[in-house]
Write a protein that binds this ligand. Sequence first.
Ligand SMILES: [Zn+2]
Ligand SMILES: [Zn+2]
Length: 280
Amino acid sequence: MINLQSSISAIENLLLEGSEASLTYAALECRLAIERICYERLRVAHDYISHDDLKRWQPRDIVNILIQEVDSKAASTFTLSVSTEPSPEGSSPPTVEEYEAMEFVPIGTHVGFNPSLLGKLWNALANLALHISVPESKDTPVDRYGDPEKIRAKVSETLDEIRRISAGTLLSSGFGEEVSFYCSCGAKNRRRLSLLKDGQTVSCINPQCDESYEYEEGSLSFGRRTFAIVCRKCGHQRDVPKKKVENLRTDQHVGFDCERCGDQILIQWRPMQAQRTNPK
Ligand SMILES: [Zn+2]
Ligand SMILES: [Zn+2]
């Protein structure tokens, strides 16, 4: 769990100082705190999603991707409790009545938030405090700082939200049935079954690995995504990870030696021309 208390105190002190410069810095501290809140949820979820599958980077987008792909409750508030008496190993799951009769102790509270509200605050702080407005006409002054009262109001609103979220005592990476597979690099990849979609591409969670897999709902399996490259000299086939080729720019290539004859094989994206003859 990240400790937001240092950010909260810094923002409070800057608000007290109240100069234009301190208010501007307070807005920056608020934005950094929002990013920490959102990215910490991502860090906790990283067993379940690869960095390469995120695609969008604003704090709000990161949290929305987590809700869709890792944990539908990533931004919800709930308290986790455990029963004071463990159920004996091998016993059948308790009935609803038995659950209700058990005694539970709370372990911690996962505090939720509205990702789009945090995203709006994050954008508004930048617009008010961290950028200078583009003058609309010759008569509009180009000031050194943004409007101090507007910045103070937005910083105070954000501070309330940061304080509320800082009351959380637990960060959960979610619940629900998992499916897992081992990548050819050895990394164990896990996903929440209920959030997987047929045909979805899942990148290996190992940041150094180029492998990605396509999920097939019918068989609950993950198929390796590859291009089959056949050596023109000896006919030996090698399966090259699709991601390795997809990430190439047009002027780059990947190369490897044929495992059977040793010839060097290069792969590169090339523009291709197609032409249809006009029947007239
Ligand atoms: Zn891997
Ligand atoms: Zn060969």
